[in-house]
Design a protein around this ligand. Structure first.
Ligand SMILES: [Cu+2]
Length: 133
């Protein structure tokens, strides 16, 4: 990949809130079929970093009805609603992050933020970020 193509790719990742760093300073890992830990507690204003530590592609997709009313929706792929994320997955298999890739989101509203990995929802791949004041 030439430098310009690399920069374009890096820019796309940045826009989607993804990075592809290689160290282990993430908060929530994604194994073959689960988020580890499934529940993670932070304080308002903190950023959670997910890393796909498994070999399959995963999504981090907030449940529209599973986050506080005032909270910002979050999803890999940068989608703005659960419906949009599900449609993208069903149409194109889009929104996945692959092995070693990261996604991050800063939580500004206290409360429970429930989310899911769309392709592995059937297998129970769900998680929650508990944001405390
Ligand atoms: Cu998954």
């Amino acid at each position: 990949m030439d430098r310009r193509a690399f920069l374009a790719t890096a820019g796309a990742f940045a826009a989607a809130g993804c990075t592809a760093l290689g160290s282990d300073d993430y908060d929530v890992g994604m194994s073959a079929h689960e988020f580890l830990p499934e529940e993670y507690t932070i304080e308002v204003g903190e950023t959670v970093v997910w890393e796909n530590t498994g070999s399959r592609g995963h999504t981090v997709t907030a449940y529209d009805g599973g986050i506080p009313e005032a909270a910002e929706f979050f999803a890999t792929g940068g989608y703005e609603s659960e419906r949009e994320a599900r449609d993208a997955w069903e149409d194109d298999g889009a929104g996945l992050i692959s092995t070693g890739e990261r996604f991050e989101h800063t939580f500004e509203v206290p409360g429970t933020h429930a989310y899911v990995c769309i392709p592995h929802e059937v297998g129970g791949m769900v998680g929650a970020i508990l944001v405390e004041e």
